[in-house]
Ligand binder design. Structure first.
Ligand code: ZN
Length: 144
């Protein structure tokens, strides 16, 4: 992890998305889930798109994911983010199509591959916990 955190544009916290942005406080990656049919809902919505139930509530996922696609950014598009860095879309095993755009951190950007197993890690900025992903089973973590 870097010595100093880069500046990040933080999301606006609402009642509907607070579980997502603050779940990292308890180390949990949370999404809304339909309590009737079990469908995971992301981005947050007040109604389940599968069964139209309004009985939706935040639940923790495993925090594991697979890299679906990614790009290595070598241009300093964001002045305070040092390139190269990896922007990726990861898919969670909980549900096909349950995907998240994130950064892959704590590894060489050129070692990231599609299909790579990753797990969530959080960085706190002003009471917001940004979910990033790091290689699963990397040094210092649990094995696979
Ligand atoms: Zn449902």
């Amino acid at each position: 992890m870097a010595d100093s955190k880069p500046f990040r544009v933080l999301p606006r916290i609402t009642e509907q998305n607070e579980h997502f942005w603050r779940g990292g406080r308890e180390g949990e990656l949370r999404f809304l889930r339909c309590q009737r049919c079990g469908y995971w809902i992301h981005p947050p919505a007040p109604v389940c798109p599968e069964c139209l139930s309004k009985d939706v509530a935040p639940e923790a996922t495993s925090g594991r994911a697979v890299v679906h696609t990614y790009t290595v950014n070598e241009q300093p598009w964001i002045p305070t983010l040092d390139p190269p860095y990896v922007v990726a879309i990861v898919e969670l095993p909980e549900q096909e199509g349950l995907r998240l755009t994130t950064n892959i951190v704590n590894c060489d950007p050129y070692e990231v591959r599609i299909g790579m197993q990753v797990r969530v890690t959080f960085e706190e900025y002003d009471d917001v916990w940004l979910p990033f992903f790091e290689p699963a089973g990397s040094a210092g973590g649990e094995g696979r």
